[in-house]
Design a protein around this ligand. Sequence first.
Ligand code: 11C
Length: 338
Amino acid sequence: MKIAIVGASGAVGREFLRLLEHRDFPIDELRLFGSSRSAGSEITFRGKEYKIKLLAQNDDFKDIDIAFVSAGGQTALDFASTITKHGALMIDNSSAFRMDPEVPLVVPEVNGADALHPAKRIIANPNCSTIQMIVALAPIHALSPIERVHVATYQAASGAGHDAMLELEGQVRDQAMGKPLQTKAFGNQLLYNLIPQIDIFTDNDYTKEEMKMYNETCKILHNDEIRVSATCVRVPVLRAHSEAIWVKCAEPLTVEAVREAMSKQKGLLLMDDPAKRSYPMPLHCSMQEPVYVGRLRADLAEPGCVTFWCVADQIMKGAALNAIQIAEYLIQEGAFAK
Ligand code: 11C
């Protein structure tokens, strides 16, 4: 496969390279692209040095099979036609194309088949907090159609990129040394704090991040009747997002049936033995592939509903890993057979 990575020096770009190497992804040729800030710098991949090229409106994507793109929504919009015009498949990590009816929005364990015929040669990777919730909701939706979801997220600094992770680490150091803390990435101090805003506010007083969880869930599960009420919160954790999720389905749920269905869900690992303090925590789920679920229990306030805790590495399953799994699914389905 001839692979391009756009945004190669960012948190997700670096993760693409680490995972492609680790998973032994079939690569004959690799081209790396970035902004003027990173262009010219070198990255080692499988023992070879690669120079990051400046992303430009030219024919650099000729012969590329798959372009993994993580460069923000505006860059995705500005360069989609440059990337796809010679037939490359663009797997985009931004929100730019997610709600486009002609662009599949894919979590491969759940709706992989949607990726098979991308009309515009673009496939969208969902928002990180949506991806992990969908892996946990899909087995429940298969038991009985989901009607309502309430979710509170506890999102790591990594969701805001590499510089935001550095800022949190810097806040730890500066606090210890009694220095003033930098607060560029989140507009507020994150260390020793929680920030109940991710992305900007929309007209209905929910944030864009919260509305992504609503709209993307409906699109991926092919059901516009699902109602999702989210409160998204930034927490001083480095790279795994956590979520407290409450679910109501058309038919009453039992914990036993949900546990059984979740235990068969690909990509999901139950870690649920609270008596032994065994439940997923972001510290332990960082750098791990699965979506972890624990604290599964019957809801006390509304009989027939369940509630649980869900954790996944935001840069892996929430971004780079999901995109690579989409590519692996398509390769397995023969989408690139020559
Ligand atoms: C965060 N979920 O944690 C956001 C980052 O739509 O891809 C991902 C934004 C997106 O800050």
